[in-house]
Design a protein around this ligand. Structure first.
Ligand code: GLU
Length: 463
């Protein structure tokens, strides 16, 4: 028999930004679905009305878009489905798998005081339906009291919960609003979710949720509870370790493709493969590769992965990433002239940069306008002797073919005629073209800038 198409989902509660852990959860679900021709759905768990502002939701969508994780269909609002959640709870009550509970908070508290360390058992659980008053009530699941609930988790293995340790959870509160735990099950069922990949902080919830599936006779999805991300010190990731919002990584200039690669490796592995592209990740990603131990965030490794992706990226993709980075950090987009000068240098700049700001810094010569303002070191290089050399060079470059070999030959000749090595004449050229002493090679800069701009900058420096 053919197995049903895979449907995964990401179900964030809007908190104002996309947490790096949430981003990884989304990525795992996306990879799993996309690698199997399945669907990846998005559900916004917006039942907490105080936190769930349109801005908070937009921040999450924005994060997913930046990371390149496309979802199928419209995002589902959990809040908007409250009536459906209530309908299911009422149907369960009619079917006898749930019951109305009229206990007040004070009564529950009194029960707890008399029964320490026991989950609450409602006196209405086994009450004769004829005795039910016509009064406001919650609806509770009539959960099994004996035996165990076992979650066959793809990551954690079989996890067993004693049913007498799980209370009859509330499905619908007396004010008619659904509980989160009930809403999740109804939503996942209605959305046809076949695989739930999420943080292992939801493992206990899975036991209660499995009871709701069973009570409704619904097929249980596959569960994979992934260990949460830890900081470099092995403690649960928190702000004191550094950036925890995906947008912070975007602002640090890690390309999205690098973040996808790095986050995929955070808790999942495919042999020793560290560096891979999306197609490989989609083909390789499987639940069996998810580790049981929490992965540690490793900023050095991220830098390394990022450098690989910057170097491997095609020019169009790289310029796209750069545009995204500039906009995410509130910087102006590159002008036509800047693009025209930067693009020919990209192949060189890529090899020298691990992040996008590093690339922009290396490529600064292509972004600045005349007259180039030399920094202190560059200004010191531009002494009278150097200016003389630059004059010679400028004269020699007037009629040369603007190609690497010809430029190199001219520079070599000028260096020799001044009794210097090529390195010695490179310093003032760097200062003149970039206003700095550390730059890409002078020939790469000349080729990227073109004849007119190069000659103009050399002339400016000797004026
Ligand atoms: N909304 C939950 C969270 O953000 C996720 C619930 C789930 O994946 O089942 O942690």
């Amino acid at each position: 028999m053919q197995s049903p198409p895979v449907v995964t989902r990401f179900a964030p509660s809007p908190t104002g930004y996309l947490h790096i852990g949430g981003a990884r959860t989304a990525l795992f679900n996306w990879l799993y679905a996309r690698g199997r021709g399945g669907k990846f759905l998005l559900r916004i768990e917006d039942t907490d009305r105080a936190r769930s502002t349109p801005e908070a939701t937009e921040a999450i969508l924005q994060g997913l878009r930046w990371l390149g994780l496309d979802w199928d269909g419209e995002p589902v609002s959990q809040f908007a489905r409250a009536e459906r959640h209530a309908e299911v709870a009422r149907a369960m009550m009619a079917a006898g798998t749930a019951y109305p509970c009229y206990t007040t908070p004070a009564e529950i508290e009194a029960w707890r005081a008399e029964n320490p360390n026991r989950p609450f058992v409602s006196p209405w659980r086994d009450a004769d339906p004829a005795t039910r008053p016509d009064a406001p009530h919650a609806i509770r699941l009539k959960a099994p009291r004996e035996g165990v609930t076992v979650i066959h988790d793809e990551v954690q293995g079989d996890v067993t919960f004693r049913n007498d340790q799980l209370d009859d959870m509330v499905l619908l509160r007396s004010d008619g609003t659904p509980t989160y735990m009930h809403a999740v099950v109804v939503d996942d069922h209605d959305m046809g979710v076949t695989h739930i990949i999420r943080g292992d902080d939801h493992l206990t919830n899975a036991a209660r949720q499995a009871q709701v599936y069973a009570a409704n006779g619904w097929a249980l999805p596959v569960f994979a509870h992934i260990p949460l991300i830890h900081g470099p010190d092995g403690k649960k990731l928190s702000k004191r370790h550094g950036a925890v919002g995906l947008h912070e990584y975007a602002a640090m200039g890690y390309p999205a493709s690098a973040m996808r690669n790095y986050l995929a490796r955070l808790g999942w592995s495919h042999g020793d493969d560290e560096l891979f592209d999306d197609a490989q990740a989609r083909a390789w990603f499987d639940l069996s590769g998810i580790g049981k131990a929490p992965a540690r965030l490793d900023f050095k490794k991220l830098e390394h992965v990022s450098g690989h992706h910057v170097a491997a990226m095609g020019d169009v993709a790289l310029l796209d990433e750069l545009a995204g980075f500039l906009s995410a950090t509130g910087q102006p987009a590159l002008t036509g002239t800047q693009l025209a000068r930067l693009t020919p240098a990209l192949s060189v700049l890529k090899q020298k940069s691990r992040t996008l700001p590093q690339l922009l810094d290396q490529g600064r010569f292509a972004l600045i306008e005349r007259p180039v303002q030399p920094d202190d070191k560059a200004a010191a290089v531009l002494d009278t002797v150097s200016k003389g050399i630059l004059n010679d060079l400028t004269a020699a470059l007037q009629n040369v073919i603007w190609a690497r070999d010809d430029l190199e030959a001219i520079a070599q000749r000028i260096a020799e005629s001044n009794g210097l090595g090529l390195g010695k004449i490179a310093a003032p050229v760097r200062a003149a073209l970039a206003g700095r002493t550390s730059t890409p090679s002078i020939f790469d800069m000349m080729l990227a800038l073109g004849r007119d701009e190069t000659l103009a900058r050399l002339a400016d420096a000797t004026a």
